[in-house]
Design a protein around this ligand. Structure first.
Ligand SMILES: [Zn+2]
Ligand SMILES: [Zn+2]
Length: 218
Protein backbone atom coordinates (compact mmCIF):
# COMPACT_ATOMS: atom_id res chain seq x y z
CA UNK A 1 0.00 0.00 0.00
CA UNK A 2 1.52 3.30 -1.15
CA UNK A 3 1.28 6.45 0.98
CA UNK A 4 -1.78 8.67 0.49
CA UNK A 5 -0.71 11.98 -1.12
CA UNK A 6 -0.99 15.14 0.96
CA UNK A 7 -1.83 18.69 -0.11
CA UNK A 8 1.35 20.77 -0.45
CA UNK A 9 -0.36 23.78 1.19
CA UNK A 10 -2.40 22.45 4.11
CA UNK A 11 -0.52 19.12 4.48
CA UNK A 12 -3.80 17.17 4.86
CA UNK A 13 -4.22 13.86 3.13
CA UNK A 14 -6.40 14.10 0.05
CA UNK A 15 -9.68 12.18 0.03
CA UNK A 16 -11.93 11.51 -2.98
CA UNK A 17 -14.96 13.00 -1.18
CA UNK A 18 -13.86 15.12 1.81
CA UNK A 19 -10.71 16.55 0.27
CA UNK A 20 -10.57 15.92 -3.50
CA UNK A 21 -7.13 16.42 -5.03
CA UNK A 22 -6.11 18.31 -8.14
CA UNK A 23 -2.84 18.36 -9.98
CA UNK A 24 -1.47 21.34 -11.87
CA UNK A 25 0.62 21.27 -15.07
CA UNK A 26 3.95 21.26 -13.20
CA UNK A 27 2.90 18.05 -11.49
CA UNK A 28 2.39 19.41 -7.96
CA UNK A 29 -0.71 18.25 -6.14
CA UNK A 30 -3.04 20.28 -3.93
CA UNK A 31 -6.44 19.79 -2.42
CA UNK A 32 -9.17 21.50 -4.42
CA UNK A 33 -9.90 24.11 -1.69
CA UNK A 34 -6.27 25.24 -1.42
CA UNK A 35 -5.83 25.26 -5.20
CA UNK A 36 -9.00 27.35 -5.65
CA UNK A 37 -7.75 29.83 -3.03
CA UNK A 38 -4.35 30.04 -4.77
CA UNK A 39 -6.00 30.69 -8.13
CA UNK A 40 -8.42 33.25 -6.73
CA UNK A 41 -5.55 35.08 -4.97
CA UNK A 42 -3.73 35.08 -8.33
CA UNK A 43 -0.67 33.31 -6.99
CA UNK A 44 1.80 31.02 -8.78
CA UNK A 45 2.65 27.47 -7.73
CA UNK A 46 4.00 27.71 -4.11
CA UNK A 47 7.07 25.70 -5.20
CA UNK A 48 8.05 28.54 -7.62
CA UNK A 49 8.57 25.84 -10.28
CA UNK A 50 6.97 27.82 -13.15
CA UNK A 51 8.94 31.05 -12.65
CA UNK A 52 5.99 32.84 -11.11
CA UNK A 53 3.41 32.00 -13.79
CA UNK A 54 -0.02 32.61 -12.25
CA UNK A 55 -2.22 29.57 -11.67
CA UNK A 56 -5.37 29.28 -13.80
CA UNK A 57 -8.37 27.04 -13.48
CA UNK A 58 -7.70 25.52 -16.90
CA UNK A 59 -4.25 24.33 -15.73
CA UNK A 60 -5.76 22.09 -13.06
CA UNK A 61 -6.36 18.39 -13.62
CA UNK A 62 -8.58 16.22 -11.51
CA UNK A 63 -6.61 13.42 -9.93
CA UNK A 64 -8.07 9.99 -10.76
CA UNK A 65 -9.68 8.31 -7.76
CA UNK A 66 -7.59 5.20 -8.38
CA UNK A 67 -4.48 6.77 -6.86
CA UNK A 68 -6.22 6.86 -3.47
CA UNK A 69 -7.03 3.56 -1.77
CA UNK A 70 -10.65 3.47 -0.66
CA UNK A 71 -12.99 0.98 0.95
CA UNK A 72 -16.25 -0.12 -0.66
CA UNK A 73 -18.12 2.04 1.84
CA UNK A 74 -16.01 5.05 0.83
CA UNK A 75 -16.78 4.34 -2.82
CA UNK A 76 -20.52 4.14 -2.16
CA UNK A 77 -20.35 7.35 -0.12
CA UNK A 78 -18.38 8.97 -2.93
CA UNK A 79 -20.95 7.95 -5.53
CA UNK A 80 -23.80 9.15 -3.30
CA UNK A 81 -21.90 12.37 -2.72
CA UNK A 82 -21.38 12.87 -6.44
CA UNK A 83 -25.07 12.17 -7.14
CA UNK A 84 -26.11 14.63 -4.44
CA UNK A 85 -23.63 17.20 -5.72
CA UNK A 86 -24.96 16.80 -9.25
CA UNK A 87 -28.55 17.11 -8.01
CA UNK A 88 -27.62 20.19 -5.96
CA UNK A 89 -25.86 21.68 -8.96
CA UNK A 90 -28.88 20.96 -11.14
CA UNK A 91 -31.21 22.59 -8.62
CA UNK A 92 -28.89 25.53 -8.31
CA UNK A 93 -28.72 25.82 -12.09
CA UNK A 94 -32.50 25.64 -12.37
CA UNK A 95 -33.04 28.24 -9.68
CA UNK A 96 -30.37 30.49 -11.18
CA UNK A 97 -31.95 29.99 -14.61
CA UNK A 98 -35.32 31.03 -13.15
CA UNK A 99 -33.70 34.01 -11.45
CA UNK A 100 -31.95 34.94 -14.67
CA UNK A 101 -35.20 34.56 -16.61
CA UNK A 102 -36.91 36.86 -14.09
CA UNK A 103 -34.09 39.38 -14.37
CA UNK A 104 -34.20 39.09 -18.15
CA UNK A 105 -37.94 39.69 -18.04
CA UNK A 106 -37.51 42.77 -15.85
CA UNK A 107 -34.70 44.02 -18.03
CA UNK A 108 -36.66 43.47 -21.21
CA UNK A 109 -39.64 45.34 -19.68
CA UNK A 110 -37.33 48.21 -18.75
CA UNK A 111 -35.78 48.21 -22.20
CA UNK A 112 -39.26 48.22 -23.76
CA UNK A 113 -40.24 51.16 -21.52
CA UNK A 114 -37.11 53.03 -22.43
CA UNK A 115 -37.64 52.26 -26.10
CA UNK A 116 -41.19 53.61 -25.97
CA UNK A 117 -39.95 56.71 -24.12
CA UNK A 118 -37.25 57.13 -26.74
CA UNK A 119 -39.81 56.69 -29.50
CA UNK A 120 -41.99 59.38 -27.90
CA UNK A 121 -38.98 61.68 -27.62
CA UNK A 122 -38.04 60.93 -31.20
CA UNK A 123 -41.52 61.69 -32.51
CA UNK A 124 -41.63 64.93 -30.49
CA UNK A 125 -38.21 65.82 -31.78
CA UNK A 126 -39.29 65.05 -35.35
CA UNK A 127 -42.32 67.33 -34.93
CA UNK A 128 -40.14 70.10 -33.52
CA UNK A 129 -37.70 69.60 -36.36
CA UNK A 130 -40.50 69.85 -38.92
CA UNK A 131 -41.77 73.05 -37.23
CA UNK A 132 -38.29 74.50 -37.23
CA UNK A 133 -37.90 73.64 -40.92
CA UNK A 134 -41.18 75.43 -41.67
CA UNK A 135 -40.08 78.43 -39.64
CA UNK A 136 -36.75 78.41 -41.43
CA UNK A 137 -38.50 78.44 -44.79
CA UNK A 138 -40.70 81.34 -43.65
CA UNK A 139 -37.62 83.20 -42.43
CA UNK A 140 -35.91 82.58 -45.77
CA UNK A 141 -38.95 83.99 -47.59
CA UNK A 142 -38.87 87.04 -45.33
CA UNK A 143 -35.15 87.38 -45.97
CA UNK A 144 -35.71 87.26 -49.72
CA UNK A 145 -38.47 89.90 -49.45
CA UNK A 146 -36.22 92.07 -47.29
CA UNK A 147 -33.39 91.73 -49.79
CA UNK A 148 -35.73 92.84 -52.59
CA UNK A 149 -36.87 95.77 -50.41
CA UNK A 150 -33.29 96.70 -49.60
CA UNK A 151 -32.47 96.64 -53.33
CA UNK A 152 -35.43 98.86 -54.07
CA UNK A 153 -34.50 101.27 -51.31
CA UNK A 154 -30.93 101.40 -52.57
CA UNK A 155 -32.21 102.29 -56.04
CA UNK A 156 -34.51 104.92 -54.52
CA UNK A 157 -31.62 106.30 -52.48
CA UNK A 158 -29.45 106.53 -55.58
CA UNK A 159 -32.26 108.29 -57.45
CA UNK A 160 -32.76 110.62 -54.49
CA UNK A 161 -29.04 111.42 -54.36
CA UNK A 162 -29.02 112.09 -58.08
CA UNK A 163 -32.08 114.30 -57.69
CA UNK A 164 -30.40 116.13 -54.81
CA UNK A 165 -27.33 116.73 -56.97
CA UNK A 166 -29.53 118.00 -59.77
CA UNK A 167 -31.43 120.20 -57.36
CA UNK A 168 -28.19 121.57 -55.90
CA UNK A 169 -26.84 122.33 -59.33
CA UNK A 170 -30.15 123.88 -60.34
CA UNK A 171 -30.25 125.97 -57.16
CA UNK A 172 -26.66 127.09 -57.77
CA UNK A 173 -27.61 128.05 -61.33
CA UNK A 174 -30.74 129.64 -60.03
CA UNK A 175 -28.71 131.49 -57.35
CA UNK A 176 -26.35 133.03 -59.92
CA UNK A 177 -29.32 133.77 -62.14
CA UNK A 178 -31.22 135.39 -59.29
CA UNK A 179 -28.12 137.35 -58.28
CA UNK A 180 -27.93 138.57 -61.85
CA UNK A 181 -31.62 139.28 -61.89
CA UNK A 182 -31.38 141.01 -58.46
CA UNK A 183 -28.57 143.16 -59.74
CA UNK A 184 -30.61 143.87 -62.81
CA UNK A 185 -33.64 144.60 -60.63
CA UNK A 186 -31.55 146.86 -58.38
CA UNK A 187 -30.29 148.61 -61.42
CA UNK A 188 -33.83 148.93 -62.75
CA UNK A 189 -35.06 150.19 -59.37
CA UNK A 190 -32.24 152.67 -59.15
CA UNK A 191 -32.92 153.76 -62.63
CA UNK A 192 -36.60 154.09 -62.00
CA UNK A 193 -35.94 155.97 -58.75
CA UNK A 194 -33.51 158.18 -60.51
CA UNK A 195 -36.01 158.89 -63.18
CA UNK A 196 -38.66 159.63 -60.55
CA UNK A 197 -36.27 161.84 -58.57
CA UNK A 198 -35.41 163.82 -61.61
CA UNK A 199 -39.09 164.18 -62.44
CA UNK A 200 -39.90 165.39 -58.89
CA UNK A 201 -37.03 167.86 -58.77
CA UNK A 202 -38.33 169.16 -62.00
CA UNK A 203 -41.75 169.50 -60.36
CA UNK A 204 -40.23 171.62 -57.50
CA UNK A 205 -39.21 169.10 -54.76
CA UNK A 206 -36.00 169.78 -52.79
CA UNK A 207 -32.92 167.63 -53.38
CA UNK A 208 -32.95 166.04 -49.83
CA UNK A 209 -36.45 164.56 -50.29
CA UNK A 210 -35.21 162.24 -52.96
CA UNK A 211 -34.96 158.46 -52.07
CA UNK A 212 -31.79 157.50 -50.19
CA UNK A 213 -31.01 154.78 -52.71
CA UNK A 214 -30.79 157.27 -55.45
CA UNK A 215 -28.30 159.28 -53.44
CA UNK A 216 -26.22 156.16 -52.64
CA UNK A 217 -26.07 155.23 -56.27
CA UNK A 218 -25.18 158.82 -57.24
ZN1 LIG B 1 -4.79 21.78 0.99
ZN1 LIG C 1 4.65 23.39 -9.06
Amino acid sequence: MFPIPTCAVCYHQVHPVKRPAKRIVCGHLFCTDCLTKLILRKQPCPFKCRSGTLLRFRDTRTVPFSIVPTTERDDRAAVAHVIKAVADELQHLESSAEEKARRLNTLSRRVANQLSTLARFASGYRDRLANQKNELMIFRDIERHLQVEVGREKTLLEELTAAQHKLLKASQNCGSASADSCEALDLLTDLSCGIRGVKRSREGFSEHERPSKRRRIA
